[in-house]
Design a protein around this ligand. Structure first.
Ligand code: BDR
Ligand code: CA
Length: 309
């Protein structure tokens, strides 16, 4: 099975991604590195522990990481995720402790300890922890097997500003460092995640599936309220689980290897992911930019796996 570290800012959709990973024998989750994003770090690290306990995995190392972007104040998204970041379900206060050591040290130490090319990073929040690790220990970049991240938008433009997607916008300098690192990378931008919309029948099917299914159904209901009001869309976009689904069943997705650059100075376009889909820039490809998903296959996979947890 493939070893992964999930770098996360839970987040209802982060929670579904973590549960999907823990339910999948193809993946061995080495630990969670937690970052500030959807809500401040005090909430995201607590949420990460609560999710592990919900999955019966209090043994999993959960490391708290950076509490603010590299060089900007933190922007949060309580308007989407609620005050706790996991509104919709009240999970018991977690009792498992944080693992000792900063998440950035955990990333560095794990990549140095495991054989080169055997650890995949799955960032589903702002890229602050990953960029800090790459800057502090450049030797680890060549040891990364793959990076599969949720972030960015191009044809589907932005969700936090007209031009930018949240994870990239919160820490554009970090995103630029990761994009420029040369590590193999697949990106799940809004272009694909806005095609991964929950349906009523899927949510009700989840709700009928016991404790974990009920939590997932209530989270997505909470999450959907925002999208319905904002975009008039039926269904909640399950952004972050796309990364995990790609690792399990890449055939569900289609994209192109292209060049993507991050705007860090634009007056109106800060955090924009400038995706050279038509390959007009001459700049070398640095990521596999995903645009399409077999949504039915994706939701069937979630149902099968989460039903087994
Ligand atoms: C991303 O931002 C957060 O709101 C979600 O958890 C996801 O990672 C979507 O733009
Ligand atoms: Ca997230």
């Amino acid at each position: 099975s493939r070893k992964i570290i999930i770098d996360t800012d839970p987040g209802q959709d982060d929670a579904v991604a973590i549960l999907l990973a823990l339910a999948s024998p193809e993946l061995e989750v080495l630990g969670l590195s937690v970052v500030a994003g959807n809500v401040p770090l005090a909430h995201t690290e607590r949420n990460a522990r609560a999710i592990c306990e919900l999955a019966g995995r209090a043994d999993l190392p959960v490391h708290a990481g950076c509490d603010a972007p590299l060089s900007r104040p933190l922007v949060t998204a309580e308007h989407v995720h609620g005050k706790t970041g996991l509104d919709g379900v009240t999970l018991p206060e977690p009792v498992m402790p944080l693992a000792p050591g900063h998440a950035v040290d955990f990333l560095i130490e794990t990549l140095r300890r495991e054989p080169a090319g055997t650890v995949t990073l799955v960032p589903i929040g702002p890229l602050t922890n990953i960029a800090t690790a790459f800057q502090r220990a450049p030797d680890i970049v060549a040891r990364v097997q793959d990076i599969v991240l949720m972030g960015g938008a191009y044809f589907e433009v932005g969700n936090i500003t007209p031009a930018a997607e949240f994870n990239i916008y919160v820490d554009p300098e970090a995103a630029r460092i990761v994009l420029a690192s040369g590590a193999p990378m697949t990106m799940m931008p809004l272009d694909v995640t806005h095609k991964a919309l929950t349906s009523r029948s899927w949510v009700e099917g989840m709700r009928a599936m016991g404790r974990i299914g009920q939590a997932v159904a209530s989270w997505t209901d909470f999450f959907e309220r925002y999208d319905r009001e904002k975009y008039g869309s039926e269904g909640a976009p399950l952004h972050d689980p796309c990364t995990i689904a790609w690792l399990i069943e890449p055939g569900l997705f289609a994209g192109r290897h292209i060049n993507v650059e991050i705007e860090t100075k634009g007056e109106y376009t800060l955090g924009m992911t400038v995706a050279d889909w038509w390959r007009v820039s001459g700049r070398p490809a640095n990521t596999n930019f995903i645009r399409d998903i077999d949504a039915k296959g994706f939701f069937d996979l979630l149902t099968r796996r989460l039903g087994d947890l």
